[in-house]
Design a protein around this ligand. Sequence first.
Ligand SMILES: Nc1nc2c(c(=O)[nH]1)N[C@H]1C(S)=C(S)[C@@H](COP(=O)(O)O)O[C@H]1N2
Ligand SMILES: [Mo]
Length: 212
Amino acid sequence: MWDFSLRQQGAQKGFGKVSAPGQKIADSWLTHHYGPVPRFNPERWEFRVFGSTAIPGTVSFTFEKFQSLPGSRITADLHGVMEWTWPNNVWDGVMMSTVLDLVPPAAGVTHVMVWAEYGYSANLRLSDVLGDRAILATHNHGEPLSPEHGFPLRLVVPHLYGYKGPKWVRGIEYMTSDRRGFWEERGYHNIGEVRYEQRYSYQEEQGQGPPL
Ligand SMILES: Nc1nc2c(c(=O)[nH]1)N[C@H]1C(S)=C(S)[C@@H](COP(=O)(O)O)O[C@H]1N2
Ligand SMILES: [Mo]
């Protein structure tokens, strides 16, 4: 449940209230990830869309090309599964739906795997990344992401816990069935929806994830 004192503290800082069950407002923007922070190499960097694309083949974007895609902005809280919330982030970047329009998935696609540096991955239902639900963010509050927060590109999916949003994103795989990503294989909920507090894989009900 909400910790009222922390919520008040957040409100005094102008953060407003936490709109998610079981979360507390953090005092600062924590960093949370497994492994080292990768270095960005603009010559080598590419963003690949592959798997079950409508037109077979991989589509690759350089960073320059990616930056020239139509941009969008959303404002949203970032909810860590470990119960902290960093509220009211303004994210600029490219909507996942923009990428899906540019590189249409094949008819049978139901899920995507978002891939990051060093093999980190997160699986998402296609429905979780449509419309304005998911943004491939390059900026936070108008500033380029810092290296530890995912520069040059991270996925933000506000209605899902933070582990569903890879930092240092390098590609998207279109999938015709579900497959677990990095944390989803290691005890975290396959769907991870914040409003239902879907934190751990033991909470999964029949049909919410592939067998562990
Ligand atoms: N590549 C990568 N992205 C990642 C992670 C990770 O381990 N590796 N951790 C996730 C988790 S668990 C959270 S809560 C958020 C935290 O984002 P932040 O460090 O910017 O607060 O990043 C997510 N993105
Ligand atoms: Mo997290």
